[in-house]
Design a protein around this ligand. Sequence first.
Ligand SMILES: Nc1nc2c(ncn2[C@@H]2O[C@H](COP(=O)(O)OP(=O)(O)OP(=O)(O)O)[C@@H](O)[C@H]2O)c(=O)[nH]1
Ligand SMILES: [K+]
Ligand SMILES: [Mg+2]
Length: 378
Amino acid sequence: MGVSEKIKEIEEEMRRTQKNKATEYHLGLLKGKLARLRAQLLEPAPGAGSGGGTGFDVSKSGGTHLSPSSSSSDARIALVGFPSVGKSTLLSKITKTKSEVAAYSFTTLTAIPGVLEYGGAEIQILDLPGIIEGAAEGKGRGRQVISAAKTSDLIMMVLDATKKAEQRALLERELEAVGIRLNREPPNIYLKAKKAGGMKLSFMSTPKNLDEKMIYNILRDYKMLNCEVLIRDENATVDDFIDVIMAPHRRYIKCLYVYNKIDCISMQFLDQLAHEDHTVVMSCELDLGITDVVDRAWQELNLMRIYTKRRGVQPNFSEALIVRQGATVEDVCDQVHRSLKESFKYALVWGASARHVPQRVGLGHVVADEDVISIVTK
Ligand SMILES: Nc1nc2c(ncn2[C@@H]2O[C@H](COP(=O)(O)OP(=O)(O)OP(=O)(O)O)[C@@H](O)[C@H]2O)c(=O)[nH]1
Ligand SMILES: [K+]
Ligand SMILES: [Mg+2]
């Protein structure tokens, strides 16, 4: 029996099994088996050549319009969605890359990278083939698309506002099945494999949805006979626990839901969609809401652009240093040059993080998006 058939069999059994106290442990074990099989399915077949990576042959710098000097983009956004929702139309709007657009399904057959320039930051946008139900099990190019999505910093799930609401849940399920967790934090559970000593289990407080027997059962099923477990979150579930065991196969990625084709829906429905969490609405056809989509994507990435300035010279706003949220002047120095902070004397800051401009600060100063910094060395 192939892996796909085994998966189907377990899914069937889970559907047939009634959920109650008596079947709880059995269902937990089935979930664990399912997670293992799904991971197996995503592994490249033996001898299949280059596994891993994006699933398509695109490098992180792979934009057709990147200047040769810039080695790598600052972040990657994957456009994921059903066929003909307007993924390629969006790519062509926000980057200089043209990806074929047509009214028929599966117009795009491979990953098409483009570069979005955002205030000196370079973000790679990956236009992907449409995926269909069953993608996680290998239907269409689903598996490749999903591997590409797994390598991204943000997933933009492009949805057709005129289609049924189930579309979103269906896609979420496909991404879940391959270990992508959208807009969630890793479970607060500590697990460490040991060489000996048996299974040691402890809780911060009594969990509401898990018990010792369940945890021991699953650990045995995974042949993790020697390990240390600390459940820190009292709301942790069996699924969370399995995610922690399967951690190398899990990716926690932000997702922005982008509803396209709002030119075809009522104002009332539009208003409803626009108020959902992590959601933006647009019409590529009417050129409506596109800048909003880009601004929101930038916010979700949680990155900041810092411009450096030399004494007596205007800052160059077409080139930014990209740092994560919460970064300090020290992180900025590291972005410029690894040894810069050794000769650092102080920095002058103009922008939102400065109490007055320019403010004289040390390495520990926390910077804000679009700050201008002048670094003075010894
Ligand atoms: N009404 C309307 N149609 C749109 C809009 N955006 C794109 N379309 C149309 O939708 C169709 C599909 O667009 P594509 O960009 O090819 O869609 P895709 O998601 O890349 O499709 P695949 O590559 O086949 O998965 C084309 O006929 C577009 O002209 C929009 O905002 N409103
Ligand atoms: K299409
Ligand atoms: Mg396309």
